[in-house]
Write a protein that binds this ligand. Structure first.
Ligand code: 5RP
Length: 254
C-alpha cells in the first residue's frame, strides 16, 4: 500500500526494527514540531494522538513551549491532558484552533481519512473542522488505496432512538458497495452492551465489499438521514499527513 498521489512530500530515515507503537510515537513527535508557543491546539484521540499529547506536556514542562491552550477531542483526551497539566479550553471559548494533531484509521491517496474507530468522530470533526491546520499522524499500516479499503469499520454515530432503523437505511444506501452494518459494542468491561459515545449516542460500523465511489456524494447522503449525527469520513480536511514507516518518516502536504 502506498500513497500514490502526494502533492508534496519529504522523508527521512528511521531504523527498521521498530514496533507499530514506536512508529506512532515517531509520527506524533514529528507533528509536535509544528506546535508554536501561544497556539490553540486541537488534541486528538487514540493511541497515536496520545503520544502527541504526552510530548506537548513534556515540552511545556521543559519550558520549550509556552502558553498553549489545548482543545481535547474526547473525554479520554481531556482526562489525559488535564492529568499532564496542559491548560484546556473548548470551541465555545476558542472557536478558531491554530493547529490540530490527530491519528486516523485510513488515509487514501488524496489525504481523505476514515476516523472514529476510537469512537470520537463527532468531537474530532468539530475541532478539526475549526482548525487552520490539521496534521494527521499515522503509521504506514493506515494507508489504503480507497476509503473502506482496509475492510475495517467505517463508523457512523447515530442517535439511540430506533438505531436499527438507521442502520438499515445506511446499509440500503450502500447496497451497491456490498455494505453490511454492525452496532458497535463496548469493550470496556461491559461486553455485549452497546458502546456509547461521549455525546450519549451509538455507533453503527459500516463494512464495504466494494469501493464507495463518490465520497462527497456518500457523505451528503449519510448526513441527510434523520437519526445520523456524523460519520467518520474526513474529506479534504487534512493539511499534512505524517506517515511513519519502517524505512522512514514522510511528511506529505496537501
Ligand atoms: C478516534 C480516532 C483515532 O484517531 C483513530 O481511531 C486512530 O487511532 P489509533 O491512533 O489508536 O490507531 O479517530 O476516534
Amino acid at each position: 500500500q502506498t500513497l500514490m498521489m502526494a502533492p508534496s512530500s519529504s522523508s527521512s530515515t528511521a531504523p527498521s526494527s521498530l514496533t507499530q507503537d514506536d512508529l506512532k510515537k515517531i509520527a506524533a513527535y514529528k507533528a509536535v514540531e509544528f506546535v508554536r508557543s501561544g497556539m490553540v491546539v486541537g488534541l486528538g484521540t487514540g493511541s497515536t494522538a496520545r503520544h502527541a499529547v504526552d510530548r506537548i506536556a513534556e515540552l511545556l514542562d521543559q519550558g520549550e513551549l509556552r502558553d498553549i491552550i489545548g482543545i481535547p477531542t474526547s473525554s479520554t483526551t481531556h482526562e489525559q491532558a488535564l492529568a499532564l497539566g496542559i491548560p484546556l479550553s473548548d470551541l465555545d471559548s476558542h472557536p478558531v484552533v491554530d493547529l490540530a494533531i490527530d491519528g486516523a484509521d485510513e488515509v487514501d491517496p488524496f489525504l481523505n481519512l476514515v476516523k472514529g474507530r476510537g469512537g470520537s468522530l463527532l468531537r474530532e470533526k468539530m475541532v478539526e473542522g475549526a482548525c487552520k491546520e490539521f496534521v494527521v499522524i499515522v503509521d504506514e499500516s493506515k494507508l489504503v488505496d480507497y476509503l473502506g479499503g482496509s475492510l475495517l469499520a467505517m463508523p457512523v454515530e447515530v442517535i439511540k432512538f430506533c438505531w436499527k432503523f438507521s442502520a438499515e437505511r445506511l446499509r440500503a444506501l450502500f447496497e451497491y458497495a456490498g455494505c453490511t452494518t454492525r452496532l458497535r459494542l463496548s469493550g470496556d468491561g461491559k461486553e455485549g452492551e452497546p458502546y456509547v459515545t461521549d455525546n450519549g449516542n451509538y455507533v453503527v460500523d459500516l463494512y464495504f465489499k466494494r469501493e464507495i465511489g463518490d465520497l462527497s456524494a456518500a457523505s451528503d447522503a449519510i448526513l441527510r438521514l434523520a437519526g445520523v449525527v456524523e460519520h467518520g469520513m474526513f474529506l479534504k480536511m487534512a493539511s499534512t499527513v505524517i506517515v511513519a514507516g519502517k524505512h522512514g518518516v514522510r511528511v506529505i502536504n496537501r
